[in-house]
Design a protein around this ligand. Structure first.
Ligand code: DX5
Ligand code: ZN
Length: 238
């Protein structure tokens, strides 16, 4: 049997959540991730990579992504300047999804083409999923001509920088427009929404029809990540 690609695997799982580790206790990240893997149906782990330039904070890089031993798909969100200079290191670290921001690429189309030639270090047959990220202030039109070179659109519902921020309401209209734009393209493209999605608004966000909902602080709130993840997953599926 041929190996399923990461895209095929993910498409079968949608709608689903991608659990962001930004507010997790990094010193116990390994055990927290294995708990999610063993006790929930979570299949995606979201790494927010920040460089202190494109966005205010600095977070993790390829060594940490590589160090997390897991069967979960690694969803790497690059909020960094000149991602083309670093993307290969993230692919080598085991990324299954690499999202670059349209605002941080001078030649976004070329960056996506280059990503399309990279190999998945976990299994070359799995392929890499290319995502394009849009900040809340960036119009959707910026990515319309990129749709032939990507597999996922990521709408940020907060300004990049921190976990635990408030969902920006204009994302609602943008999600609707993005769904239409993807349908018009005739391509099978995953739609993801990232930031500010908590227990209180996940049902409402899920009703807007995204394929993937990133959820960080609602899972890693210092209390019960397994129960939290189960609850969030149930909400996107119902
Ligand atoms: C924002 C990040 C998000 C965010 C998600 O810069 O891209 O992934 O950390 O965290 P919550 O769910 O806490 O908003
Ligand atoms: Zn993110």
């Amino acid at each position: 049997m041929p190996t399923k690609t990461a895209f095929e695997t993910l498409r079968e799982l949608t709608p689903t959540i991608s659990v962001g580790i930004l507010t997790a206790d990094l010193l116990s990240l390994g055990s927290e991730v294995s708990l999610l893997e063993q006790q929930t149906d979570v299949k995606l782990i979201h790494f927010d990579v920040m460089d202190g330039c494109f966005c205010p904070m600095m977070t993790v890089g390829p060594p940490l992504i590589k160090a997390v031993r897991t069967r979960l798909l690694k969803d790497v969100h690059l909020m960094i300047e000149r991602p083309e200079a670093k993307a290969a290191e993230y692919a080598a670290a085991g990324a299954d999804i690499i999202t670059v921001h349209v605002e941080s690429c001078v030649h976004a189309h070329r960056v996506l083409q280059v990503l399309g030639k990279m190999t998945n270090a976990n299994d070359p047959e799995r392929g890499l999923i290319r995502g394009i990220g849009l900040n809340p202030g960036t119009p959707l039109e910026f990515i319309e001509s990129l749709l032939d070179e990507l597999e996922m659109v990521v709408l940020l519902a907060v300004n990049p920088g921190w976990g635990g921020q408030q969902f920006i309401e204009s994302t609602r209209r943008k999600l609707e427009k993005a769904r239409q734009m993807i349908a018009d393209s005739g391509k099978d493209i995953l739609l993801c929404v990232d930031g500010g999605i908590k227990r209180e608004n996940i049902a409402e966000v899920a009703a807007m029809g995204p394929d993937i909902v990133v959820t960080g602080s609602a899972v890693f709130d210092g209390k019960a990540p397994v129960q939290n993840a189960k609850l969030m997953l149930e909400a996107v599926r119902s």
